[in-house]
Ligand binder design. Structure first.
Ligand code: ZN
Length: 256
């Protein structure tokens, strides 16, 4: 009997927590291309060929890899699993449908200057930074017409309720990406930053928006497209989430 009780206790504390739900959001999709980068490759005969790389494809590839790694630990869902247009509101609504505990939006950065490079992790919060406002303007495209006027009282309420946990999650993910990616891929750490991203606000969940490298940087886009880069980035995000989960007080961890 004692053995049975012990095995039962071992069972509940060692199995993955499928009562904890993570929703992963591959940015853009369908007619929303996101950032577009032109690269030149060589064909079999050594002839230069031009190829366009779309952020919407890279975000989907990375998000699927993260899902694959995270579903060993938690219930994990995607806001889209193929190339289709999904409004920011629909993505956020899915957080209610699947009763998400965390919302992770995946993006790649772009700038008019080819110089910028590196990775950033955002959490929802107010700020006054002009450079961040440029990133917000790009990632906030995709709101349905009349909903463009966001209820600022709602945003403030969501920030108040989630900012502590979102910041902690952002730090956990960002630190792991730093440890695993920075040296190996010579990736610049651009820091954990506050940002007003509608998709995070509307999801009303603790969450982060990841900018996993600059597509506009001619060297970085080649790294980003590689399997190794995307595999290690996905592993880093997954480990960051698992570490964050480990810091939650027991009352927030649903056993079943
Ligand atoms: Zn994006």
């Amino acid at each position: 009997m004692k053995f049975l009780i012990l095995s039962f206790l071992f069972f509940i504390f060692s199995v993955p927590s499928f009562g904890f739900v993570v929703l992963i959001d591959p940015g853009h999709g369908g007619k929303e291309l996101g950032a577009v980068s032109t690269i030149y490759l060589k064909d079999r005969n050594g002839k230069k060929i031009k190829k366009k790389v779309y952020e919407k494809d890279l975000t989907l590839t990375l998000a699927k890899k993260i899902k694959q790694k995270l579903e060993k630990h938690f219930s994990t869902y995607l806001t889209r699993s193929f190339d289709r247009t999904v409004s920011l509101e629909k993505r956020a609504e899915l957080a209610d449908t699947v009763k998400a505990d965390l919302f992770i939006s995946i993006h790649f950065n772009s700038s008019s200057s080819h110089k910028f490079h590196g990775f950033e992790t955002y959490y929802l919060d107010n700020h006054d930074d002009k450079a961040i406002k440029k990133v917000e303007a790009i990632e906030n495209i995709g709101m349905e017409g009349e909903n463009k006027i966001i209820n600022h009282i709602l945003i403030d309420l969501v920030i108040k309720q989630t900012v502590g946990r979102s910041k902690k999650l952002a730090n956990s993910i960002h630190d792991t990406v730093g440890q695993k990616m920075q040296k190996r891929f010579r990736l610049r750490d651009r820091g954990v930053k506050p940002g007003l991203f509608y998709v995070l606000a509307l999801s009303k969940r603790p969450g982060v928006l990841v900018e996993a490298g600059f597509m506009s940087n001619p060297k970085e886009i080649f790294k980003i497209r590689s399997k190794a880069y995307l595999d290690v980035y996905a592993e880093s995000i997954a480990q960051g989430v698992v570490k964050y989960y480990g810091t939650l007080p027991p009352k927030e961890i649903p056993l079943f």
